[in-house]
Design a binder for this molecule. Structure first.
Ligand code: 3H9
Length: 696
């Protein structure tokens, strides 16, 4: 009947099939096709109609590529009302994922069956939206306000068994033949005199709902999703479902959907959705690369990083061999891993059996020979080139040919490490972020000789362990840390020029970052950077004209290494991670400026914000210019998943596009004039600013 929706009469049942790869999104032609097919089905003489999808999934939602563009008819309500008002029972047959508009479509069917592997959900909140095709009004009518508000405000996927128990799915059918299962179900309900069960008419679960549910949901969302608008709108719409008649609730939903749709937060979150998917694509890599089979993994070093990395694999059922230099370190590392799992179990998120199963997948060893038949080895030892080279020399000896050797270095030259092996094509960087078992980002560092096979396999490994892999090139600090270096340097200069620590942090926190630069430094630990600076002989060995601020060093000299020592730029009370202003440090900062003859001045919040954000953006532009990142959106993904930038800002490069690159470039040039030692305007920024272009 249309390019993407077909209709057949199969004996006593009519079947409407959607075929719109890759995920059967509800593009305008699907909406039209559904309307046409259901109109035809209503007129035929079958007893029931089944809605099913070809390919890997049921309808996975609205077509996100249509957002932000002039709307194309028909509106969702046309096919959905047609379905709901059919004169015979309509059964949605679900496999894969029925998400967003997909689940909303299924909720307009009178019945729903699914295979056990299916998942359903209303994840619009992750795109800065709310379910805008009736989801906020129908789901509470089906499963109650409490469950609906939780599902819609968090956007989580719900597995078929849970959805069945909750009443979203009426019956589970065998994986083998969904269509047959759906037909059997349809014939059964027809023979039992099935009614045309419309969710919109269900009242029981939205009557007399305790308003405290919504107050509690708001409190949770405000804390867990600080600054995000969509969760609060989702909650308001479910509340409307419980206080207004259906049609008025629908009108409220549509109005609030439009508000979110037109807001920059939603554009930013959609940008991140597509950016995350683009990040796994390597521009020059052919499509047909054979992946290596990764069945067993080796991890070198059982420190915080190594242990966290090992957990990622154990969590998805991949056996890991964890190697350390001595038994004491090994026991300590394993103890930390167990402690992490036990904590998760104590919160009810893992069973004791699952803890044992995961621990059972991690085999500890002191012997390199035990690594002879693993498929990838990830080194996470002390950040020192000589140590890394020694380890890679050994790994090259013991690992079988065909085993990938990966380094978790955060700054060192991957090519130099690869050069000590006889397999530089199989050497790659896998830069995990701390805590490695939690942070979703993985910078995948492509060396000069890294093969496509190694690169593609490592990208697949990232996906398997549920990380967002972003391919970056070799340079000091790669993408994330190279940019953060500029940002942290600005935070120091702001201190010596006139800010106190909290004045540096506040504008960034208020913008939405998880924390400001100095709180972040305290969290990461101040001693590592201090030792690196000492190793470089700084500040004595500064290059001519280079700018250096010693405040960080002075703080470390006091034994204040950040949160872990209870004191850094701020002080911390035991058992409380909240940073508190410390008069001692504020005095240190003021005294330092005086000692250096710097006249302190009042620096406005806007200048603080601009200097910090534009230092990131300008360095990001250099990184793009040099080809270290393939695309601006990769940088955005790195900052959202690795550095606590909220998705609603879209990452630093998206933020820059929004501010306008001409504005950014003008300020960067002004800063460069005042402080040529620390600002070098990037040529790409200049070109784009002058041509009216954007990064993304
Ligand atoms: C909504 O429904 C609003 C409604 O309330 C109505 C309002 C009026 N549209 O993720 P993958 C592309 S909002 C367009 O790699 P997987 C994706 O970009 C929507 N394109 O596969 C990628 O393209 P490419 C609510 C989409 O197997 C390709 O499909 N729904 C859409 O790992 C494969 O994607 C959601 O938020 C889309 N809706 O995961 C669900 N979805 O190959 C969003 C995907 O060119 N989607 N693409 O890079 C997902 O969560 C995952 O894609 C899914 C499959 C779980 C379905």
């Amino acid at each position: 009947m249309s390019q993407s929706v077909s209709y057949i009469v199969d004996g006593d049942i009519s079947v409407v099939t959607v075929n719109n790869p890759p995920v059967n999104a509800l593009s305008h032609h699907v909406r039209q096709g559904l309307y046409d097919c259901f109109t035809a089905a209503d007129a035929d003489d079958t007893v029931a109609t089944i809605l099913i999808c070809d390919g890997r999934t049921f309808i996975a939602g609205a077509d996100i590529t249509e957002f932000g563009k002039p709307p194309k008819p028909p509106h969702f309500s046309l096919p959905l009302n047609a379905m709901e008002n059919m004169s015979k029972p309509v059964v949605a047959a679900i496999h894969g994922t029925a998400l967003g508009g997909g689940l909303e479509t299924a909720l307009c069917c009178h019945y729903r069956v699914a295979v056990p592997s299916a998942k359903v959900g209303l994840p619009e909140v992750h795109l800065g939206l709310l379910p805008g095709a009736g989801g906020t009004q129908r789901l509470p009518r089906l499963i109650g306000a409490q469950a609906a508000v939780e599902a819609i405000a968090t956007g989580r996927h719900i597995d078929a068994a849970t959805a069945h128990a909750a009443g979203v799915i009426d019956a589970l059918v065998d994986e083998g033949d969904l269509l047959e299962g759906a037909k059997t179900f349809a014939r059964k309900i027809v023979s039992e005199g099935a009614t045309l069960r419309k969710v919109r008419d269900m009242k029981e679960k939205v009557t007399g709902v305790d308003p405290a549910i919504f107050a509690a949901a708001r409190a949770t969302a405000t804390k867990a999703r600080r600054g995000f608008k969509a969760p609060l709108s989702c909650i308001a719409c479910v509340e409307a479902a419980c206080t207004l008649p259906f049609d008025e609730g629908m009108a409220r939903e549509r109005e609030m959907f439009q508000e979110l749709h037109d807001d920059i937060q939603s554009s930013a979150q959609q940008h991140i959705f597509f950016a995350e998917r683009a990040a796994s694509k390597v521009n020059d890599m052919p499509n047909d690369i054979d992946l290596l089979d990764i069945k067993r993994v080796g991890v070198i070093g059982a420190g915080t990083m190594g242990g966290g990395i090992a957990m990622n694999f154990a969590n998805v059922g991949i056996p890991v061999i964890l190697l350390e230099m001595n038994q004491e370190l090994l026991d300590k590392g394993l103890g930390v891993v167990r402690g992490n799992y036990d904590r998760t179990a104590s919160k009810g998120r893992l069973s004791d059996a699952q803890v044992e199963e995961r621990m059972g997948l991690i085999t500890a060893t002191l012997d390199y020979e035990d690594l002879t038949d693993v498929d990838i080895i990830i080194e996470a030892v002390y950040e020192n080139m000589d140590v890394k080279k020694e380890v890679f020399g050994k790994l090259d000896e013991v690992a079988r040919a065909g085993c990938i050797l990966a380094t978790n270095t955060s700054t060192l030259d991957v090519d130099e490490i690869a050069a000590v092996t006889r397999r530089p094509e199989m050497v790659i960087g896998t830069h995990f972020f701390s805590p490695a078992n939690v942070m979703k980002l993985l910078e995948i560092v492509r060396g000069a000789k890294t093969s496509f096979e190694t690169l593609a396999t490592t990208l697949a490994v990232a996906k398997a362990i549920k990380k967002v892999g972003v391919v970056v090139g070799v340079c000091d600090g790669f993408v994330g840390n190279r940019m953060i270096h500029r940002y942290l340097a600005q935070s120091q200069y702001l201190l010596e020029e006139g800010c106190l620590p909290h004045e540096v942090d506040a504008p960034i926190y208020d913008l939405g970052f998880a924390m400001g630069p100095l709180t972040m430094s305290d969290l990461a630990g101040l001693d590592v950077g201090w030792r690196i600076r000492q190793g470089k002989g700084l500040p004595e060995n500064l290059a001519v004209g280079e700018r250096y601020c010693e405040i960080g060093d002075r703080i470390c000299e006091k034994g204040r290494f950040g949160q872990k020592t209870g004191a850094g730029y701020y002080k911390y009370e035991t058992g409380n991670r909240g940073a508190q202003r410390d008069p001692e440090i504020e005095q240190l900062v003021v005294d330092y400026s005086r000692e250096k003859g710097i006249e302190r001045r009042e620096i406005g919040e806007n200048e603080v914000l601009e200097r910090l954000m534009y230092s990131l953006i300008n360095e990001g532009a250099w990184i793009l210019e040099e080809g270290i990142a393939q695309r601006a959106s990769d940088i955005d993904v790195i900052y959202v998943y690795g550095y606590g930038v909220p998705a609603y800002l879209g990452g630093p490069m998206f933020y820059a596009d929004h501010i306008g690159l001409d504005n950014v470039y003008r300020r960067v040039c002004e800063f460069a004039e005042q402080d040529p030692a620390s600002w070098k305007p990037a040529p790409l920024l200049k070109r784009l600013a002058e041509s009216g272009g954007t990064f993304n």
